[in-house]
Design a binder for this molecule. Structure first.
Ligand code: F0G
Length: 451
């Protein structure tokens, strides 16, 4: 075996990157009120805002798209999509949606009512919002290790099984219509959940006859971490591991924009006939007929191929290695990051990076702005701007789009981060000049703090 892990693809179609100067970027940033969401993507050199919907599709996916059958009802594209999903996930009912949050909305509308409680290792923000929109309470039960950025643990995404057991003992199935596990745990740093934890959570749920649903966005990356880190799984394929994961689940929500390697799409899976019927009824009202659910036939085809490609071992090896490569090359120079690095992203600890900037002056936003001015890199703050003054951490997420950037792009990102690290003392805090009443991080505007 050679030790260099190469990109397991070659490039057939390229998209040029547009360069800008630091002066141009400074002006663009000021005009955007220091909010990178407001900068046009043509003025971004390396876009690490999200790994969602940003994957490069394969020749097989593009070829499959030509087979897309756009019939309103009964399209063979849906049959291929359903077969691909069932081949991995195994659920009796597969309900397509335009993206993950639409699946969440339908799931909670059907399964929850006012006063319900939904435990999760950590709800992603759209999951929490959809749960609360229904009047239910979203409860996060991560293991205590998850809250310490520098602590290394192989499965930092695990749910605290004892706290779950106590909660279910106390509230029972009258209050708790379902339990969820998010794999990998995005809000907790892209950390995986172990098979042992999934099994333990399932056992606790089964004792109370409560169904277990998996937020499966990054299921392939989670399966690969299990292969690498959990005893007994080294010789299993990611597909076998994924099948075992979902054998413990009663249903799932999925955003195909992540491990579906597609640019749009999602689905809801369940083994419950009654729930599925209610979900399909609601789907017709909000998304579309159950054989397309808000997607074009060609989207269903791209997802059918993408789900299988995401389980390819060469691909997963390169994927996890390239994220770890970025993490290692900055952390060995002292840049504080969430340890160990997750599958889809590296999270910089902005409070530790910029100790001279108090949380009230948005160290994460200031750091993301500095990375943009220095090298045209777009990242996203996950901290005081996103969660208000209750944010436990100020992180800057560098999410890696799938199959999009090469190692030299990542080397460039390392170089830019290290340059900003050397000059961190010059970075100043920010103050808000405009904010929306909710989800303010998308549109807030800033200026440099006056003192
Ligand atoms: N669940 C998780 C764990 C997610 O990371 C996301 C999206 C969703 C659900 C919602 O899926 O976007 O298709 O509606 N995460 C993206 C991100 C937006 O940047 O992490 P969606």
């Amino acid at each position: 075996m050679h030790k260099t892990i190469i990109e397991p693809f070659r490039i057939k179609s390229v998209e040029p990157l547009r360069r800008t100067t630091p002066e141009e970027r400074r002006a663009l940033l000021e005009h955007a009120g220091y909010n990178l969401f407001s900068i046009a993507s043509e003025s971004i050199l390396i876009d690490l805002l999200t790994d969602s919907g940003t994957a490069a599709m394969s020749t097989e996916q593009w070829a499959a798209m030509m087979r897309g059958d756009e019939s309103y009802a009964g399209s063979p594209s849906f049959a291929r999509f359903k077969a691909a999903v069932q081949g991995i996930f195994g659920f009796r009912h597969v309900i397509p949606t335009h993206q993950g949050r639409a699946a969440e909305h339908i799931l909670f509308t059907v399964m929850c009512r006012k006063g319900s409680i939904v435990p999760n290792n950590t709800h992603f923000d759209t999951t929490r919002a959809n749960c609360e929109f229904r009047g239910a309470e979203a409860v996060d039960l991560p293991i205590p290790e998850a809250r310490e950025p520098s602590l290394v643990h192989p499965f930092k995404g695990n749910m605290d099984a004892e706290r779950l057991a106590a909660l279910l003992e106390r509230e029972g199935r009258e209050r708790v219509p379902l339990v969820m596990l998010t794999i990998t745990n995005n809000s907790g740093g892209g950390q995986p959940v172990s098979m042992a934890n999934i099994r333990a959570v399932k056992e606790i749920c089964a004792k109370h006859s409560i169904p277990l649903y998996v937020d499966a966005c990054r299921f392939a990356e989670n399966a690969y971490f299990i292969k690498l880190r959990e005893p007994g799984y080294a010789d299993k394929t990611p597909r076998e591991i994924a099948r075992e994961i979902f054998s413990y689940a009663d249903g799932c929500t999925m955003s195909a924009k992540k491990d579906g390697l597609a640019n749009i799409g999602g689905f809801l899976g369940t083994n419950d006939d009654l729930i599925a019927q209610q979900e399909k009824d609601l789907l017709i009202l909000t998304e579309g007929f159950p054989t397309y659910g808000g997607l074009a036939g060609r989207d269903l085809e791209a997802i059918a191929v993408g789900l299988n490609e995401a389980l390819d071992e060469d691909y997963l090896n390169y994927r996890i290695a390239s994220t770890a490569y970025l993490a290692e090359h900055i952390s060995r120079e002292g840049v504080p990051i969430m340890q160990p690095p997750g599958g889809h992203a590296v999270y910089i600890d902005a409070r530790a990076f910029l100790p001279h900037i108090p949380p009230a002056q948005f160290p994460g936003v200031a750091l993301a702005a500095a990375l943009y001015v220095e090298g045209g890199i777009r990242s996203v703050e996950i901290g005081t701007l996103m969660f208000g003054e209750h944010a436990a951490m100020d992180l800057v997420r560098l999410a890696i789009p799938r199959r999009v950037y090469t190692q030299s792009h990542i080397d460039y990102v390392v170089e830019v981060i290290l340059e900003v690290w050397r000059r961190r003392g010059e970075i100043r805090g920010l103050e808000i000049t405009y904010q929306a009443p909710f989800l303010r991080h998308f549109t807030a505007r800033f200026r440099p703090h006056s003192v």
